[in-house]
Ligand binder design. Structure first.
Ligand code: NAD
Length: 308
């Protein structure tokens, strides 16, 4: 039976550390500032961006949300990013994805100054990550590494299998694991015999976006299982099948019309040694690492040392 990893508790711990670093940077005369750009009215993005601004403010940093209409053009978004690049009170810029289809996401992400790129998606930061000397690491992968560190879960020499090869999660977390001396296998939708490859993992990371795809046939006894997926599950039959009759999930569904589930089947809990829940696992850590990146970006721009 796995031990659940409480992502919210770890995030609180990290945020308290960030708040202390914020004070140090402020004492040196700099108030870290984060700008969050939201284009359009994507409901989940509205919730995420509000949460990021609020958390930033609660840690004593400055934060603002720039809202742009769904019809915004690439040039208009580039103009907004450029003005933020030039502001000395803004140290971190985050453009919430997904962007509306007419906006060329790659151009926008490349327009952010690498030193202000708190998501770590700019090619310069991707290069630094690959080389093992990143300052601003992508937030979700960095949050996953904090789980291992803070739970003293060994990574060196371990077999890690990452399912998913996205630029946001799969690829960067694979690099971070590699830099910590894990032996890493990256799997994806074309991987053959995925369950048997996954079963080799001491550390299994699922970043797929398919509800409960990773069942117990994918998991070796005692593996550490990190569930990155966040999927809206609307089918009552599927919810009953996964969580059973009488589960809180049914009440959740009655309230919202869906429940959030990960990529990992609940049955895996019986086999794993550690497992992250969804919600409340990796998600809160992503926000905490964004906060850490904002103070890091501000400190680096002012040549102050933090998290020493
Ligand atoms: P993505 O769609 O960009 O990538 C999904 C990856 O999964 C692809 O590489 C694809 O090859 C692979 N894949 C798809 N179907 C597969 C299958 N049947 N078997 C094996 N591999 C398969 O997604 P992403 O942006 O990496 O996000 C993945 C999931 O993580 C999503 O549910 C997303 O909502 C969630 N996510 C959560 C957080 C967080 O903070 N908790 C952050 C980012 C993403």
């Amino acid at each position: 039976m796995a031990q659940w990893i409480d992502g919210a508790a770890l995030a609180k711990q990290i945020e308290a550390e960030v708040a202390a670093e914020v004070q140090k940077v402020q004492a040196a005369g700099v108030n870290p500032g984060l700008a969050v750009v939201l284009v359009g009215e994507h409901p989940a993005s509205q919730v995420y961006t509000r949460g990021k601004v609020k958390t930033c403010q609660s840690l004593g940093m400055y934060s603002e949300r720039i809202e742009m209409p769904e019809s915004a053009t690439t040039d208009e978004v580039l103009f907004a990013v450029d003005s933020l690049n030039q502001r000395s009170d803004i140290h971190g810029i985050l453009v919430q994805v997904p962007l509306p289809p007419q906006v060329v996401a790659r151009d926008v992400l490349q327009a952010i100054l690498p030193d202000k790129d708190v998501d770590g998606f700019h090619p310069v930061n991707v290069g630094r990550l690959a080389a093992g000397n990143a300052v601003l690491k992508p937030c979700t992968p960095a949050g996953i590494m904090e789980i291992f560190k803070r739970h003293r879960i060994p990574v060196r020499g371990q077999r890690a299998v990452v399912i998913g090869r996205s630029d946001i999660v799969g690829k960067p977390v694979s690099l971070l694991l590699l830099h910590e001396d894990a032996t890493v296998t990256i799997c994806h939708s074309k991987t053959r015999e995925l369950p048997s490859v996954a079963r080799e993992a001491d550390i299994l990371i699922a970043a797929i976006g398919r509800p409960a795809l990773v069942d117990d046939t994918y998991v070796k006894d005692g593996a550490v299982v990190i569930d990155v997926g966040v999927n809206r599950l609307e089918s009552l039959d599927k919810i009953r099948e996964l969580f059973g009759e009488g589960s809180q999930r049914l009440a959740d569904h009655a309230r919202k019309g869906y429940t959030l589930v990960g990529d990992v089947h609940p049955r895996v809990h019986e086999k794993a040694s550690y497992m992250t829940p969804v919600p409340g696992g990796v998600g809160p850590l992503t926000v905490a690492m964004l906060m850490a990146n904002t103070v890091r970006a501000a400190a680096a721009q002012a040549r102050i040392s933090v998290f020493a």
